[in-house]
Ligand binder design. Structure first.
Ligand SMILES: Nc1ncnc2c1ncn2[C@@H]1O[C@H](COP(=O)(O)OP(=O)(O)OP(=O)(O)O)[C@@H](O)[C@H]1O
Length: 336
């Protein structure tokens, strides 16, 4: 494995600026997730590292070596795509062995067999090695696709939304397994997604990309608790952070210049009305182990998470207070 570094990378397609002056280092053995909406430049960033696109400006290094001029095959990266790109006419075993059979690798049959069986166990597909790859469920095919990247032991794994075509349950399972495998192998991995749960649960560090720009890079906790601006604050958290005008809800100590307050569940205190009510419960969404309380205050709607036994009903008057919320200025930047 190796450290991979992007320095001041820019890439445009005609008028469209896909990546703008991006600087990012993925440390040896680190799992970095790029999180951003559609069109943010996530896939382009992976393709620039893989050598499938050439930067207009800037440098890519892998293990300290400048990759300018290096063809994709010479870069020692493994790419996993959103859609399992398996060879349909080959068995699972042959799909896994394929990347190891290149003459440049000069691996013996025993070594190939050992690696294929090790990886098949790791991605839990060892019971289907003789199956045609088309005779597998979606989750199994994606395990094989991930396994095929893993057998190679490259400098870095690049993964482009590899779980997005799977149903929620499988996605949850493979998320855990991918994280386990990555920690076991100490792999360097750059993973792109627009799923905040994947980013929060798997990443050592998350990079928030928007409109081709890296807006913030930090641990999941840092990104969640200390967003640098409104855009980052709105990317993470379920339900979405409430963004309300300063002065609407009492409490907190807004610094000079505060325009918007960011209030997540942990930043809101709710008390029974007792004569000072300033808000009203609109409705309650029961999610099973938790509920979403929808509230209204002076025409603004807020949502917060509550335990399902909280003794309130739609129409109840309540007192809403802020507790150390996030503050943002008129330019959307965080004020501390
Ligand atoms: N080959 C191309 N030709 C023209 N424009 C492109 C090309 N590849 C990407 N773009 C543009 O560059 C921008 C970034 O695209 P990119 O695919 O990197 O975004 P993304 O964050 O991966 O989006 P998604 O989540 O939808 O895959 C978009 O505006 C896209 O239309």
């Amino acid at each position: 494995m190796a450290e991979v570094s992007l320095q001041n990378i820019s890439k445009s397609f005609g008028e469209s600026k896909a990546v703008r002056n991006l600087t990012l280092t993925i440390r040896d053995g680190e799992f970095v997730v790029l999180l951003g909406p559609t069109g943010a430049g996530k896939t382009t960033t992976l393709r620039l590292i893989a050598g499938l696109e050439k930067p207009d400006k800037g440098r890519v290094t892998i293990g300290g070596q400048d990759m300018a001029g290096a063809a994709p095959a010479g870069r020692d990266v493994a790419f996993v795509f959103q859609q399992y790109s398996l060879y349909p006419h080959l068995t699972v075993y042959e799909n896994l062995a394929f990347p190891l059979r290149s003459p440049a690798r000069r691996l013996g049959a025993d070594e190939i067999d050992r690696r294929v069986r090790d990886v098949a166990k790791m991605v839990r597909i060892d019971h289907k090695l003789e199956n045609r790859s088309t005779r597998l469920s979606g989750g199994e095919m994606q395990r094989v696709a991930i396994g095929r990247a893993l057998v190679r032991k490259p400098s870095i794994y690049l993964m482009d939304e590899p779980l997005s075509s799977l149903d929620a349950k499988l996605r949850g399972e493979l998320r855990l397994e991918l994280k386990r495998i990555q920690s076991e192998l100490g792999s360097t991995l750059l993973y792109v997604t627009h799923d905040q749960i994947e980013a929060m649960t798997m990443a050592d560090r998350i990079g928030i990309l928007n409109d081709g720009e890296l807006i913030q890079l930090g641990t999941p906790r840092e990104i969640y608790s200390n967003p640098v601006n409104l855009h980052v604050a709105a990317r993470l958290g379920q339900p979405h952070i409430n963004l309300i005008p300063e002065g609407l809800v009492p409490g907190g100590q807004p610094p000079k210049g505060t325009k918007t307050i960011g209030a997540r569940t942990e930043h809101l205190e709710i008390h029974a009305g007792n004569g000072n009510a300033n808000a009203e419960i609109d409705w309650i969404e029961h999610l099973g182990d938790q509920s979403h309380l929808h509230m209204r205050i002076a025409g603004h709607k807020l949502v917060t998470l509550a335990n399902p036994y909280v003794p309130v009903m739609p129409g109840d008057k309540i007192t809403l207070m802020l507790k150390d919320p996030l503050y943002f200025g008129s330019d959307g930047q965080r004020l501390v």
